[in-house]
Design a protein around this ligand. Structure first.
Ligand code: MRU
Length: 363
């Protein structure tokens, strides 16, 4: 197998990763969201700026902006764009009514990652709290709320990285870790959750290599995870999804770390389609399987994973053009039962799936 030699931790180049999204004030006074158009990666790093909240919804629906924590901040930012650039403050009752409709439209852009509605709700609450104040102060408060969420996202990811790094087995020359989809810097504002664990472990001198599942049908592993790791300087091997189990059977994988889109009260976890197969293989071959996610991904209103809404996406993602006589089923996520999860790494510490509700103060 062709492999690039492991690099020293000091060679990590995190500065080569862009912030995946950032709310900014443009020179003309408009508020804009600058985001990486993830559909263009790995071949081109394209950053787009928009003042339009509807364009942010479009970016979310088309996966230009994706990944649960990034969706949370993007949702809040879309709402702030509406407040700052489009809202009409003349009639407060009409304003609140329209604000609710806008918030709902953004929150419903994609159904599975609970972070999206979490982010929109956070921005909407700030809006409601300051509504009695003059227009400019309402706008500033909404802008500042998004900037706080951006900073909070990175702080959570760095804490997740520290907790997760301490969990990885210490192998000679570093641990070999497998991941699925992209739970990296691109899927957050910066640093990543599952890849945050890997970045911190690499800086701690405990990563030999990462195997990235390509993650059919959209290829988040092939296009985004492998790209991120290569940018940063961590040895990465891209594999097709159907190769992960055989690597585990051969004892080549020390641990699996993945992200999450929604974690139910009993620890069942929705993540990118294919995660379930990886978890079953890890369980079968005795490989620890960790989920890394901020507490904004936990939804204690759902008792189990059976209640998590699973997005179904267009058939064209699987085969385009499709030919006559064939139907396509394209669920974007699956649910890994809690019993296959060794631990859930959050910014508040590591929890067993059964005790995950405690991470959000529910016992
Ligand atoms: O459809 P996507 O690309 O938004 O799905 C993303 C995932 O499933 C990620 O693994 C998950 O959101 C965790 S991101 C830190």
């Amino acid at each position: 197998m062709a492999q690039t030699p492991p690099q020293k931790p000091s060679a990590l180049s995190l500065e080569r990763l862009p912030k995946s999204l950032e709310l900014l004030k443009a020179d003309d006074g408009q508020v804009v969201l600058r985001y990486v158009d993830q559909r263009q990666l790995p071949y081109e790093l394209v950053q787009v700026s928009t003042a339009s909240w509807q364009q942010v919804i479009d970016a979310i629906v088309t996966l230009a902006v994706r990944g649960a924590p990034a969706l949370g901040v993007a949702g809040a930012a879309a709402f702030a764009l509406w407040v700052c650039n489009d809202a009409c403050f003349a009639d407060k009752d009409a304003l609140v009514c329209k604000a609710r409709a806008v918030a709902d439209e953004i929150a419903n852009a994609r159904p599975t990652a609970v972070n999206l509605s979490w982010g929109v709700t956070a921005a909407f609450q700030v809006f409601e709290e300051v509504l009695a104040q003059p227009e400019e102060q309402v706008k500033s408060a909404c802008f500042d709320a998004v900037k706080e969420l951006e900073a909070h996202d990175e702080a959570c990811n760095r804490a997740i990285g520290a907790y997760g790094s301490a969990l990885l087995p210490c192998a000679e020359g570093g641990a070999t870790v497998l991941t699925h989809c992209n739970a990296g810097s691109l899927a957050t504002v910066f640093y990543g959750t599952a890849l945050g664990v890997i970045y911190t472990a690499a800086m701690d001198g405990n990563i030999a290599r990462v195997y990235a599942d390509e993650t059919r049908p959209v290829g988040q592993g092939a296009r985004l995870t492998a790209w991120e790791l290569a940018q940063v300087g961590i040895p990465v091997t891209l594999i097709c999804d159907n190769m992960a189990a055989s690597l585990m059977a051969k004892g080549e994988i020390d641990a699996v770390v993945v992200g999450a889109d929604r974690i139910a009260a009993n620890g069942d976890t929705a993540n990118k389609i294919g995660t379930l197969s990886v978890a079953i293989a890890a369980h079968t071959f005795g490989v620890p399987f960790y989920v890394a996610a901020p507490t904004s991904t936990i939804d204690v209103t759902l008792a189990s994973g059976d209640e998590i809404p699973i997005e179904e996406r267009a058939s064209s993602e699987v085969l385009d053009p499709l030919y006559a006589g064939v139907d396509i089923y394209n669920p974007a996520f699956d649910v890994t039962p809690a019993r296959f999860i060794s631990g859930i790494i959050t910014e508040k510490g590591v929890f067993s799936p059964a005790s995950i509700a405690q991470a959000v103060g529910v016992s």
